[in-house]
Write a protein that binds this ligand. Structure first.
Ligand code: AP5
Length: 222
């Protein structure tokens, strides 16, 4: 490859489908998926002080303080795999201060994908979501049911996936979304996220394909 790898941000309300689309994007484009929420849940699992503090905020549906999140994401983006293959940043930045910090470290996305989903659909997606602790795969009891009985029996639910908690998470999202969007206005692509996951991916795929074609043309590799 003689062109720079893609650097992609994906954003949207809780349960808008970021994780689901990231799986599909990663599979086709080979980008390294960096999810702020997953990094935080991994930190909680270690039992560290930072993990304990993070969990207190996550249980209230609030943003975890910058001093924990910012360095975690920066360190992950600096790893060689993300530098070599490009990255797909999910759930970060969620505030102006996070966006500013990232820019200060020299990370500039090529595209900012915004998944737009109506509120009643978001609540239904949250309460039906299940996770496979073995493969990490995201399921939904109605929209993406598990393939086998064996998988169905081991599915888990996230501690913040209740109707009550998602309302708090949505409030936090509404308080911060405009400030973040204002930073990336010029590179934002809005996607209708209300449709099936394949239809959502088709929209994202076409935006990423045209971006890659432009990039290849600019580098003279086609
Ligand atoms: P995080 O883990 O990032 O959660 P979130 O933003 O609330 O997003 P989700 O992971 O809930 O949803 P998603 O958009 O990935 O949807 P999914 O694909 O799973 O953050 C959790 C917490 O961590 C935050 O509240 C905060 O406290 C903290 N945090 C995280 N980042 C932070 C940061 N930068 N700064 C500070 N704090 C931070 O899909 C949802 C469901 O719908 C699934 O069941 C799926 O199967 C289904 N589904 C998906 N697409 C479709 C479709 N098209 N049709 C039908 N069903 C679908």
């Amino acid at each position: 490859r003689d062109y720079e790898p893609l650097q992609v941000m994906i954003s949207g309300a809780p349960a808008s489908g970021k994780g689901t689309q990231c799986e599909l994007i990663k599979h086709k484009y080979g980008l390294v998926h960096v999810a702020a929420g997953d990094l935080l849940r991994a930190e909680i699992a270690t039992g560290s002080d930072n993990g304990k503090l993070a969990k207190q905020y996550m249980e209230k549906g609030q943003l975890v303080p910058d001093h924990i999140v910012v360095m975690m994401v920066k360190d992950r983006l600096l790893k060689p795999d993300a530098k070599d293959n490009g990255w797909l940043l999910d759930g970060y930045p969620r505030s102006l201060s996070q966006a500013t910090a990232l820019k200060g470290f020299g990370f500039q996305p090529d595209i900012f994908i915004l998944l737009e989903v109506s509120e009643d659909i978001l609540v239904e997606r949250v309460v039906g979501r299940r996770l496979d602790p073995v493969t990490g795969k995201i399921y939904h009891l109605k929209y993406s049911p598990p393939e086998t009985e064996e998988i169905a029996a081991r599915l888990t639910q996230r501690f913040d996936d209740t109707e009550e908690k998602v309302k708090l998470r949505l409030n936090t999202h509404h308080q911060n979304v405009e400030a973040v969007l204002s930073m990336y206005k010029d590179i934002t692509v809005k996607i209708n996220g209300n449709v099936s996951k394949e239809e959502v991916f088709a929209q994202i795929d076409s935006a990423l394909t045209s971006l890659l074609e432009q990039r290849k043309a600019a580098s003279g590799s086609v």
